[in-house]
Design a protein around this ligand. Structure first.
Ligand SMILES: C[S@@+](CC[C@H](N)C(=O)[O-])C[C@H]1O[C@@H](n2cnc3c(N)ncnc32)[C@H](O)[C@@H]1O
Length: 323
């Protein structure tokens, strides 16, 4: 039965949903109905929405509700379990994730403050199943001062989620410290904004077929890095800057333990190096079979030497000899 029909025929407890949410739910949730799932809604209110989910999903699904109000516990029934706690409390969320089976769908319809919505997203999203949905509703509060909102105001849930769009594209990063590959880059399939609602689909991304040098199939991350590598080549200045950094990175990557332990780099240098390491390696591997003997590699290693201390240079030679 369609959710809209279930709602029309519902005679149980009260629930509170904006009408257009139903279309959004059906658009994303339909594919989760054929198998038992674990569903979590934060914000129980009168318990009515949990009853809807119980009817909508597979009969062997587990439906969980969370609310700060202890009275909500009485809305527990067969296949509906209610846990009492504050979604704005990091420790509570950690314990919740520990206690529940892996979650397929989470719906945040709780206190709607910025802190609660952001904390809940950051804590729960990485712990969802590989193929899952994260839905935050009533996020129009991002524009309401009473909830900590305001147009373009730093720290609102909507601004937070706008920044996730950049994370979604971070495989295209050109070694930019503030444009890093994150959990969202790796596992968010799509981020969708609706009036008062944000839906994040989590999905294990499939390798893409690369119509590259030998038509091999390569993981998406590497494919994107190949594109990045190519665009660096079009800009010699960027190439120089990026390759200098990356030449040394490759050396470290090939022999990370020796390099990290012997080169005596500062933590910040190590971080910078680690961030760029894979891009260089991949683009080089794609373009030249034996990158370590390539003239480019040699040229840039000699440039790398110029920004190392004499001691670090000496150590670099040792690492290079071990490649
Ligand atoms: C909008 S109502 C939930 C409506 C319900 N999901 C429905 O569709 O019928 C919000 C609920 O969130 C609960 N709540 C408020 N602050 C909370 C918090 N910090 N942690 C957990 N629940 C909270 C309230 O007690 C209230 O029951």
């Amino acid at each position: 039965m369609q959710l809209s029909t279930i709602i029309k025929e519902h005679t149980g407890r009260k629930f509170r949903k904006l009408e257009h949410y139903i279309d959004v739910y059906e658009r994303y949730m339909e594919s989760f109905r054929s198998k038992p799932i674990t569903f979590l809604e934060i914000g129980v209110y009168d318990g009515g929405s949990l009853q809807l989910w119980k009817k909508y999903f597979h009969p062997d699904s587990k439906i969980y509700g969370v609310d700060i109000n202890p009275d909500c516990k009485e809305y527990e029934e067969a296949r509906i379990k209610i846990l009492i706690g504050d979604q704005g409390d990091s420790k509570f969320l950690d314990e919740l994730i520990e206690e529940l089976p892996p979650i397929d769908i989470i719906l945040d319809d709780g206190g709607h403050t910025m802190q609660q919505q952001i904390l809940t997203f950051e804590k729960v999203f990485p712990k969802l199943k590989q193929h899952a949905l994260y839905i935050c509703e009533d996020c129009n509060t991002s524009y309401h001062p009473d909830y900590g909102g305001g147009l373009h105001k730093e720290g609102t849930f909507i601004e937070h989620m706008k920044s996730k769009i950049d994370e979604l594209y971070a495989y295209n990063s050109l070694h930019n410290e503030s444009f890093k590959i994150t959990e969202v880059t790796k596992t968010a399939f799509g981020i969708h904004f609706y009036d008062s609602m944000v839906v994040i689909e989590r999905k294990q991304l499939k390798p893409v077929g690369l119509t590259g040098p030998d038509s091999q199939r390569v993981p998406r991350e590497k494919y994107m890095q190949h594109i990045v590598g190519k665009s660096m080549q079009k800009d010699p200045e960027k190439l120089k800057e990026g390759m200098m950094k990356n030449a040394i990175i490759e050396a470290i990557n090939k022999n990370p333990i020796v390099m990290f332990n012997t080169l005596e780099l500062q933590q910040a240098q190590k971080n910078q190096i680690s961030n760029s390491i894979k891009e260089y390696q991949f683009s080089q591997n794609m373009l030249e079979a034996d990158s370590k003997n390539s003239p480019k590699f040699k040229e840039f290693i000699s440039e790398v030497r110029t920004f190392l201390t004499p001691h670090q240079r000496e150590l670099l030679e040792k690492v290079l000899n071990n490649l």
